[in-house]
Design a protein around this ligand. Structure first.
Ligand code: NDP
Length: 600
């Protein structure tokens, strides 16, 4: 392995892809593109606007909202109203029903509240319909359907200091109040399209992967063959984690499939398998099993000293290798530089294996060469699949590699790349979601706190929270997401379940003690940010050398906003241990609990 040559190659490939417009290369699906966004799954039902009062309003009915709602119910909070823009619970699993969708992190740690709901995932990596059903199971188990508002988008959250309440306004004319608000909007819910000319000129059919049009393709989310594509020429734009999962199904179904690639994903072994019920009964027999699995996975993932690896997959393999290399260093070499070198060596080795896997699977050597990823594994979301690379051996499936440039435009008849027009009947945009844009932009509503303070302004120079959950100036409001907490990207639900537990503890404490308001102090928030900034920085944003993507703000320096995209300096396990102690101490240091002046 010529490490110097690899470093050079990685930089060359990155440089090809750097572009001055960064995030602005993408466009929202608004105006004339809005039809790409419609909910194809559930008809909208009319209802009267709500003008009542609830104890907790939760924005978002995905995992974040569901696990927080569940923990609130467990803590005895009766009225929890989830407001969800989809037609049912599920969040990302409501919208993403593309063929082949499945979790990429082992079901036993990815699917929340398995122990509480008594569900056994049927596969190591469950498919989307099962995960969507599990969301419904959580909703039913905890009675969260009773007061949920579906097909409803929050437009505005405003603090009413005179009554210590939030006013929640929605696109359905609702204007109800809530003592507490929880924001669980998810990181990947605003689909985006490449900002190339001609998208709307296309005369064929087109949709975004998160709004799969089974009426057009035939088939269904459970994997029934897409029988209406047998005579169709289909283009897929994008080769990220979504495309990796849906391309094998399209390759089987289409007359001709053109996969337009700007940057190849790294695609490692998946090795999915059905769950053996006897084995599962064994692990589930011990109370607290899922928490143990969560901690084991996170410990392995984030370099903790864990003897055993319960999950044993491509995610934990990344950390296992790095640990082994560092453990092999003689004591005098345990310096930051040598450890970074050991990490790099491990990464080179792993990526060489992933590239060799392409050669071993893809029959045509020229296609194989183009499918190789030339960057460090965590520069982009690692992918795992046992049929994606094989798709390029299927007659009629064509890789259109654009050498880092991307497709140029869409015409009435098809897609143009490298100056060549590919005529197609359908264009499927696997072009991802907004991730690093501002929170309130992605949320689609403003949060107006004490003294008219807007969250957009409060976070103009980057996110600032206490524990990733509380924002000074915004009493009784909680954010449910990973950043400035554990920042654990390999298993987002672990972050969410912990946040749910924390929020439920605080809300029930406030209610039990008769407090009307709870707010993080400025000092506590500042001290938390200072602690975070004392660490090594974001595993995502650390990678200016990386090929552009949403992990590194498309290769552009996001300044302080990027620097604040961080987690606990000692890693995810340290955060979880810290927050558990903080929660159970009962003193909630850094929060101020208040009674309403008028005693309401
Ligand atoms: P991504 O943002 O990962 O991928 C978008 C793709 O579109 C990239 O390959 C990008 O290329 C490509 N693209 C953008 N513009 C152009 C253009 N002009 N021409 C050609 N290609 C273009 O979106 P995904 O939906 O695939 O995934 C988003 C995230 O969702 C994942 O990273 C993951 O976190 C999550 N996800 C999780 C899954 C799971 O857990 N099971 C499954 C699927 C997604 P380039 O790389 O060059 O930018």
């Amino acid at each position: 392995m010529d490490k110097e040559a690899l470093r050079r190659k990685y930089l060359e490939e990155r440089d090809k892809r750097l572009r001055p417009d960064g995030n602005d290369q993408y466009v929202r699906l608004t105006g004339r593109f809005a039809h790409y966004l419609e909910d194809p799954y559930t008809p909208r039902t009319e209802r009267e606007p709500k003008t009542d009062h609830v104890t907790v309003a939760v924005v978002g009915g995905g995992f974040a909202g569901l696990v927080t709602g569940a923990r609130l119910r467990e803590a005895g909070v009766g009225d929890v109203r989830i407001v969800e823009k989809g037609g049912d619970f599920g969040g990302t699993w409501y919208w993403n029903r593309y063929p082949g969708a499945q979790c990429d992190t082992a079901s036993f740690v990815y699917m929340p509240l398995l122990e509480e709901t008594g569900h056994m995932p049927t596969e190591k990596y469950a498919h989307a319909p099962e995960i969507l059903e599990h969301c419904r199971r959580i909703g039913k188990h905890y009675g969260l359907y009773d007061d949920a508002l579906f097909h409803t988008e929050v437009q505005d959250l405003e603090w009413d200091a005179s009554r210590s309440r939030w006013t929640v306004r929605t696109n359905r004319g609702d204007a109800f109040t809530a003592r507490f608000v929880v924001m669980g909007i998810g990181p990947l819910h605003v689909p985006k399209l490449p900002g190339i000319p001609g998208i709307d000129d296309f005369r064929g059919h087109s949709f975004h992967t998160s709004r799969w049009d089974y009426d057009y393709t035939g088939g269904d989310p459970t994997g029934a063959p897409m029988d209406r594509l047998a005579d169709k020429r289909v283009a897929v734009i994008g080769t990220g984690a979504t495309a990796v999962q849906c391309v094998p199904h399209l390759a089987r179904a289409c007359a001709e499939l053109y996969v337009f690639q700007r940057t190849p994903s790294s695609v490692d072994v998946r090795d999915n398998r059905p769950t053996d019920p006897a084995w599962f009964a064994g692990i589930a027999a011990t109370p607290g099993w899922q928490q143990r699995w969560l901690e084991n996975f996170t410990g392995n993932q984030t370099g903790g000293l864990v003897d055993e690896d319960l999950v044993m997959d491509g995610w934990t393999d990344i950390a296992r290798r790095v640990r082994a290399r560092i453990a092999a260093l003689p004591p005098e070499d345990l310096t930051p530089e040598k450890m970074a070198q050991a990490y790099e060596d491990s990464d080179f080795e792993k990526m060489e294996e992933i590239r060799a896997r392409v050669d071993a699977i893809v029959a045509d050597p020229r296609t194989a060469a183009k499918l190789k990823a030339w960057y460090r594994q965590l520069c982009k979301r690692p992918c795992f699949h046992d049929e994606y690379l094989q798709s390029f051996n299927v007659p009629g499936t064509h890789l259109v590699d654009t050498d880092g440039k991307g497709v140029e435009r869409v015409t009435r008849r098809g897609v143009v790349a490298g100056g060549v027009e590919y005529e197609v009947d359908c264009v499927i945009y696997a072009s991802g979601f907004e991730v690093t844009t501002d929170y309130t932009r992605r949320a689609g509503y403003e949060l107006t706190g004490r003294d008219g303070l807007r969250l957009t302004d409060r976070w103009a120079d980057g996110m600032r929270t206490l524990h990733g959950i509380h924002v000074h100036g915004f009493p009784n409001a909680f954010v449910v997401q990973p950043t400035q907490g554990a920042n654990l990207i390999s298993n987002i639900p672990h972050n969410l379940t912990e946040a749910g537990r924390t929020i439920a503890t605080i809300v029930s404490h406030a209610l039990d003690q008769g407090f009307d308001e709870v707010e993080a102090t400025r000092e506590a928030e500042d001290a938390w940010i200072e602690l975070l900034l004392s660490g090594p920085g974001s595993i995502l944003g650390a990678s200016a050398d990386c090929t552009p993507g949403y992990y590194n703000n498309e290769g552009q320096d996001a300044g302080m906003k990027g620097r604040l995209n961080i987690g606990h300096p000692q890693g995810a396990m340290a955060y979880f241990a810290y927050i558990d102690g903080w929660r159970t101490s009962g003193t909630f240091e850094g929060l101020e609990f208040r009674k309403h002046a008028a005693g309401e």
